[in-house]
Write a protein that binds this ligand. Sequence first.
Ligand code: PEP
Length: 258
Amino acid sequence: MSEKTTKRLIVGNWKMNPSSFKEAEKLFIEITKLISHIKKTDIIVCPPFLYIEKLKKLSRKIQLGAQDSFWENGGAYTGEVSSEMLYNTGIKYVILGHSERRQMGENNNFINKKIKGALASGLIPILCVGESERDLEHNYFNFVKTQLLECLNGISKNSISKVIIAYEPIWAISSTKDRKDAKPEDCKEMTIFIRKILSDKFGSESSRVKIIYGGSVNDKDAELFLKDGGINGLLPGKASLDPKKFSKIIEICETLNK
Ligand code: PEP
């Protein structure tokens, strides 16, 4: 399956926003209205855990995802939410290894366990990888390679097509101080590299893995990234909190899917 024939997806990461369910509901309903005509794009919204169950009842078109999950299914793990609990709530996707969680201490070994837990529970993990800077010696390729190999260690060839990879260069994410804009070429060279690593490790099954891009994507540059970034979709953070911008990104994706 090539990047051209795969159905594209747009994943909105709400992060720790908004601050009440009332606001979350309003935002979600506005998005739902604006995307009612969309048919060919998979739309996923990842709100805070607390809002998931109620939002799920408000739209059949928008699929819900979580922003993290724990690897054990139950027990003495204060504060954690398991993949199994999410699956039983009707969730299909979970973002794992986001750079903001890595900054709080999450490492590749933790993320690897979470990916295995998510797959075992029937969830589709969206594994985030990405370097904090682009050095002239190109060490950032090795950095991303290590993230991929350690996070996907022990995942079988049969399961790899169920994993989505999100390339999110930290230097381009909106929450990074003095961030810089990434270009579709930056994204394309990394997606080619990621595909090579996956192919070396998992063989032909890896061609079915979807790779998406996130890093301050908005309604102005979404088309360029989708056309020239070598990707199967986008993961907007900040822009997913603005119904007009988020729905415009989805609209752009839909047009390219035709
Ligand atoms: C993210 O952190 O997942 C992200 C892509 O955020 P933003 O679009 O706000 O940079």
